[in-house]
Design a protein around this ligand. Sequence first.
Ligand code: LR7
Ligand code: MN
Length: 589
Amino acid sequence: LILFFVLLAIVAIWRKHDKKSMDIYPKHIFRENNQEEYIDKHGIKVVVGHYVGNPVNKIPNATYDMINTNRFNPMPNAGKNGNPVVIEPKDLLEMQQLFQINRFNLMASDKMPLNRSLPDYRRKKCQFLFGDYKSYSKTSVIIVFHNEAWSTLLRTVWSVINRSPVELVEEILLVDDASERDFLRKPLDDYISTLPVPTKIIRSFERIGLIKARLKGALEAKGEILTFLDAHCECTKGWLEPLLSVIKNDSTSVVCPVIDIINDDSFAYVKSFELHWGAFNWNLQFRWYTLGGKEMKLRKNDATQPFNSPTMAGGLFAINKKYFFDVGAYDENMNVWGGENLEMSFRVWQCGGKIQIAPCSHVGHIFRKSSPYSFPGGIDKTLFANLARVALVWMDEWSNFYFKFNEKARQVKDEQNITSRLQLKNKLKCKNFEWYLDNIWPSHFFPKKDRFFGRIRNKGQDLCLIKPDKRGLSNQPMGIAKIDTCLKDEVALEMFVMTPEGFIMTDDSICLDAPERVVIGPSKVRIMACSGYSRQQWKYDKKTQELFHLTNHKCLDVSNSKSFTEGLILTDCNGSESQKWIFEDVPWR
Ligand code: LR7
Ligand code: MN
């Protein structure tokens, strides 16, 4: 009998052990090789394929071994001090093969040590502002990942360990969103058990997407503060204190670092502009805009103070854990990728909190030109459904404006059940979207009751003002203002807003712009980043249909050179047909 029980116990233990070893890692899902298209956050059309080489350049596909094996092989000086990594010519083909896997230069990353050195990017004053850091609450650092490379993931982890005060880091939580790579299983478990800061991996067996993965992490976090990072970041010296300091003063502030750029090709660390703020365009794509010239001047006095931002990029921020859940955490019906950053930004602002950027905190992030992974369910059912939810819950009548110009979101909007989010909005007594636009982003370029929205048609030539497609350095459209054939359909390219102050603006924060001073002869009219200065202010005379420049009093006219593509000019007003403009309202509600 005893023998029988002992046997039973052994079998039980063995089965338990077996089950554990089976369940401990997400199961391998071999991905379907479906290709999908979407417009990425830079407005570029991207085809999501998988590890496919480029036959035109004779780059072969990445091999199974390249994808599933950890090839980390550092050289002590590679990427030192934020410098670019040099790849030898003989390795270029392999480099391009490896590039397909994560859509960044994996070979370069694998050459850099996990603790590569970086300069201190802060303004000098920042070093003296956080002397009382020991009184700040501790944070759990949450990093979600799906098929991340070994070297980028662990470089993120080491940058947290090496560049944060030990007193402030409660733990690091890695949330594995059903990764398929062998090296992210046992080898990663073994590796993190040796780290000097308590580090845990939470594994999801199914692909749940970054939104639900972050929720999983948040639910398990022990720290009073949650700090989220993407899995390919590098925190720089003094990054954490400014974030926690803001939350110490105001537990309803959600605070982001300045996001610097780790070049996806060379891995050079490039400090980015500190006074950028986050907003979004008519397609609800997140965008950085420069503070208007006027606002910039105000900020320059103390460029170390945290400042408000209408939205956040999404991946890198700190938030009080209790506040995170009180204000509605995330929308659990959002999938895979996208939209959650706007959702949280609108929600936080409209429901009484703040989104801020702390310019003393610098964290680098690898910006990729395309996405390396599949969107299970398809882009339409994921990204556009997420955005439809954002619009339906938080944007009131502006959701109609979004759907009007975004067919893909329009197609999935009726499938969305948003009852529980509306209940939350109600419970928290959140303000409406108009309040948000007026108070949090007064210089926005969205239509509103108080302003014109529609086409601006030239009477002489029956042509319409159009948004330029040429892009400038900051990836904003720019160039000479032009007119072109008026289209029958109402398309965003032809839509403009004219504010009561006289700014003629369109999507992506670009404005009709001309020199402030009177010049002899005609001068060119451009489309430029909105600055808030009077060189972008216009006055429309309904009677004469002339459009004057506010300060030089000249009239907007069509260049009389043969081709209209030459663009628009300012000339002395003379009552000619080419100086008459028809403002055609387009309904958008
Ligand atoms: O299904 C997924 N599961 C995941 O766990 C898809 C992604 N992820 C992980 C992924 O491994 C990564 O760590 O989620 C993280 C973010 O994914 P990325 O790096 O592909 O996203 P991104 O950097 O292109 O996109 C930005 O927008 C996203 C919209 O959902 C998220 O908010 C990202 O966190 C966000 N990144 C940043 O804000 C960094 C700064 C970029 C800017 C501007
Ligand atoms: Mn990222």
